[in-house]
Design a binder for this molecule. Structure first.
Ligand SMILES: [Zn+2]
Length: 120
């Protein structure tokens, strides 16, 4: 239920921001998800649909930006995209690497409808 609780806190944040902006409806939510979080857009969408029922974000469209897992080699200082099982540097075959991207998980921005009017 990890994804459920994370999706819930993202929704809480969105609703709080929307309220602050005086929004009647949330039109779009832009999310950034790092590959290493293990989150997949379909399941976030699934939980979101479930959790947002009855809120002003109910009809919001989710937009996902996936960030690939990226590491930097400590040996040759090159950055490379890595897959789940292979953390070896493709340039020097070193295996002392640090993760520099792929653990992101946040709401980048939201778009709101101030008057609940989609025709604008
Ligand atoms: Zn290397």
């Amino acid at each position: 239920m990890h994804e459920l609780s994370i999706t819930q806190s993202m929704l809480d944040l969105v609703l709080k921001e929307a309220e602050k902006a005086g929004a009647k409806e949330v039109g779009k939510i832009n999310l950034v998800i790092g590959e290493m979080t293990g989150f997949v857009d379909e399941s976030v969408q699934f939980y979101f649909d479930f959790l947002s029922k009855g809120t002003i974000a109910e009809r919001a469209q989710l937009s996902f930006r996936m960030i690939p897992a990226t590491a930097r080699c400590r040996g040759c200082d090159k950055a490379f995209e890595c897959n789940e099982f292979d953390w070896t540097c493709p340039y020097c075959q070193g295996n002392s690497v640090e993760i520099i991207a792929g653990r992101e998980l946040f709401v980048e921005s939201i778009e709101v409808e101030e008057h609940g009017n989609k025709g604008a």
